[in-house]
Structure formats: C-alpha cells, structure tokens
Design a protein around this ligand. Structure first.
Ligand code: DC
Length: 239
C-alpha cells in the first residue's frame, strides 16, 4: 500500500498584494492543508484598536497602551464550508470584509510593528501550525514563525502589477478606493514592513524567490508542483 506523503509546513512571504493569498489558498486546497492568512490577523488586531478609538487623536497610539489592551483581543480563523473560504473573527464577530478597508490598510503597518503585538500573533500562529499540513502566508513566516518550514517561498511582483491586483480585488469586494491611493498605500506599507526593527520583511536565506508578475495562477501551481515533489524526494532520501 502506498504511504501518505509526510505533512509539510509551507511558508509564503512577500510584499503587500503580490498574490500570496491566492497562491497559498490554491496550494492548501490542492494538498488538503489548512490555510492561515497572518495578514488578516494583524488587520483584525488593528480593527480592534480603531474601534476602541485609539486612532481618534493620533496616527500613532502609544505602544504601551496598545500592549495593555492586547488581552481583550481574541482572533480566530474559521473555515466556512459553504464558501470554502477562511474567515476572520474578532472577539466572536466575523470581520472578514471590514479588515480589508483602507482605514485598516492605512494603520496596520503601525500596529504590526509593535513587538508585543507580534509576540502574541507569532505564538498564535505557531499553535495554528503545530500539527503541520499548513500553508501560512505573511511577512515573517519563513524567518521567524517557522524557520524550519520544509518549503519557503518568497513571492514578489512589480509595483504596477501589485497595485492593479489589489485595486481589482477591492472593487470585486465592493470596497471604494482609487488606484493611486491603493498604490501609495502599498508603497508605504512595503517601506514600513521592511524597515521596522522587529521581524522586518526579508527573504529567508533558504527561501526560493518567485516573481509572478507575468505568471498566471496555473503557471505558479505548475512551478509549485515541482518544488513540492523535489521537497518530498529530499525528505525521502534523508530518511
Ligand atoms: O498580507 P496583508 O497585506 O493583508 O498584511 C497586512 C499587514 O500586516 C502588512 O502590511 C504587514 C502586516 N503583517 C506582518 O507584519 N506580518 C505578517 N506575518 C503578516 C502581515
């Protein structure tokens, strides 16, 4: 009888809007793995602080104040069997649509640069992936959350392609935003995410770089198929 292949941890990191979630979801569906969108988790935390009024008088609330309120936040990712999509819940409420708004996009890089926020999210993400068989996308998955992941992919695409993708995605979801504003937001977030002190966005030394600017999702999946087979073979050879 043929043995089931071993369950892997697949880490996908990269800039904002380079197609990480589309790619990660497809891989998860193909391998019957779970999918964890870590950006959604940072977005939900940010939404909590917006709703709590922390951004009313300032663009940069005190990190100590943010840290003191973290215990009030419960984040869950639940798989919706009907839509076959993972949805984000903040303190029991479905916030999947709200967390994609520009109000959240414009503030999430500030909140996600706060060390206490990252510690809490990383702990939760490690728990979510402890049984392997997971595809996780974000900025620090291959470098910090799962440095031992068997597959690490660092995804990138040109700024023009990324801005257009995010703009279309927002339009499809019925969220108002101009192309220029979307592009500016991406550039600003790239800068903050890759220059922050705590776990900045960077390619792990052992991550494979993929520029998908001119690739269809189908082509990316073909590329991934080869990486997956190669990884399984390597694990087999090491056994
Ligand atoms: O993937 P996204 O664009 O939805 O992520 C939103 C923000 O969350 C992103 O600008 C930076 C932050 N983030 C992070 O700091 N670490 C992660 N692992 C994922 C996202």
């Amino acid at each position: 009888m043929k043995k089931n292949p071993p369950l892997l941890t697949i880490a996908i990191d990269g800039n904002s809007s380079c197609g990480k979630s589309t790619f990660a979801k497809r891989i998860a569906r193909m391998l019957k793995y779970s999918y964890v969108d870590t950006g959604a988790m940072y977005r939900a935390v940010t939404l909590y602080f917006i709703n709590a009024g922390l951004f009313r008088d300032t663009e940069e609330p005190e990190p100590e104040l943010v840290e003191s309120l973290l215990n009030h936040i419960m984040i869950e990712l639940r798989f919706n069997e009907d839509t076959e999509q993972t949805e984000t819940f903040l303190n029991g409420k479905n916030v999947e649509k709200e967390i994609r708004s520009m109000a959240v996009s414009n503030r999430v890089s500030y909140i996600s640069a706060i060390p206490a926020v990252r510690r809490k999210m990383v702990e939760l993400q490690r728990k979510m992936g402890e049984n392997k068989g997971v595809v996780m996308d974000g900025r620090d998955i291959g470098t910090v959350v799962f440095p031992d992941a068997e597959v690490k992919i660092y995804l990138t695409a040109s700024p023009e392609v990324r801005a257009m993708r995010r703009y279309r995605e927002l339009q499809e979801k019925g969220i108002e935003a101009g192309l220029e504003a979307v592009r500016d937001n991406l550039m600003t977030r790239d800068h903050i995410d890759s220059t922050r002190e705590e776990s900045p966005l960077r390619q792990a030394d052992d991550a494979i770089l993929l520029d998908n600017s001119d690739m269809t999702v189908h082509e990316q999946m073909e590329w991934f198929g080869q990486i997956y087979e190669r990884t399984l073979k390597k694990i087999q050879d090491e056994d």
